[in-house]
Design a protein around this ligand. Sequence first.
Ligand SMILES: [Zn+2]
Length: 401
Amino acid sequence: MNRTLIEIKALSKQCHCGNDHNDIPIETIMISDDALQQVVIYLQRKRYQTVALIVDQHTFEAAGRQLSALLQGEQIHHTTCFIQPDENGDVIADEASIVQALLEVPHDVDAILAVGSGTIHDITRFCSYKMKVPFISVPTAPSVDGFTSMGAPLIIRGVKKTIQAQAPIAVFADISVLKQAPKQMIAAGFGDMIAKYTSLIDWRFGHLVAGEPYCPLVDKITQESLQECVNNIEKIAAAEEEGVQILMNALLQSGIAMLIMGQSYPASGGEHHLSHYWEMEFLRRKKPQVLHGTKVGVSTSLIAEVYTNHFLILLNDLRENKALLGNKTIELLERNRQKIKEWFGSLPSPSELRLMMERVGGACTPEQLGIDQELVDRSLKEAYHLRDRFTILRFLNEFVK
Ligand SMILES: [Zn+2]
């Protein structure tokens, strides 16, 4: 991370924003070429003798096999749970995967290791929390910012919910593994980061107009992670050691920001709600899934477009739009107009956002993901219902006639 874990822990302790910040339970974060070996050393230091690995077919090949051999060499007893894919070949964090993990992980393990990307982490995060054992994160791709957070987004009966569970006690990100990750996963990680452009605006908006809990420190940490990625887009696009390390740093740091807040406020706004809505629709249609960050990379430019075309126009001409807005709403926006406009000053245009996604080799339009206009329009009207958040998307739907 561009800030060290110790530094962030200290900043969070000193923060006087009025929110009760969560203690950061992460003891160590290691991003290095020998992180898999470091896992073994860490387990020995903790005197953990029995562990379980949760993997899928792909992540076992990426890192699980190697880690398993290292554990074997040091006589650390371990079992490996291979999460089965659904009929489309996708591994999903749903009730079937959770029950499989709960059935297969022995009840007497000292810790569970999530060896994989976001989905494997969400399954492990939830199961380890229910089993009251610590979990250790071993990411195999820099594809999402959820590794270090507490929330597990799960699909339960077809509905995507984020359940607060637990953060890992340690993270071991092996650069030699991460740089082998498919390029689309690296692009997805970048997509999850540029989402912070709109999620931060939504968060500040929700705080300003609806009193949602807010913390300037968490905002700043998230912003720094975003900026670091944008400044190094060429290196990330090249998918070599340095770029992968920068991206992973940013993703972990953004996850820690969520962890301090205890909620996903800083990292997830209207753009994430659209993505969740699309994901649920794909499940209903039994279509193969698209990576979380890939969808979010697309929904961010879409949300940026809606916010600038509809919301900013309203904001600029409040009196002109009297017919659309009630008097109370006009007063509220007038009071905060200057501040809100400042936030939008740092938001790239929708076409700039699309260019960024293109540069890292990601999708930039809904069509590229097989999402038709009807679904886009419907999600813009309905997705905000998925979360109890006061986003600009909610505002446009509920307060503008
Ligand atoms: Zn995300």
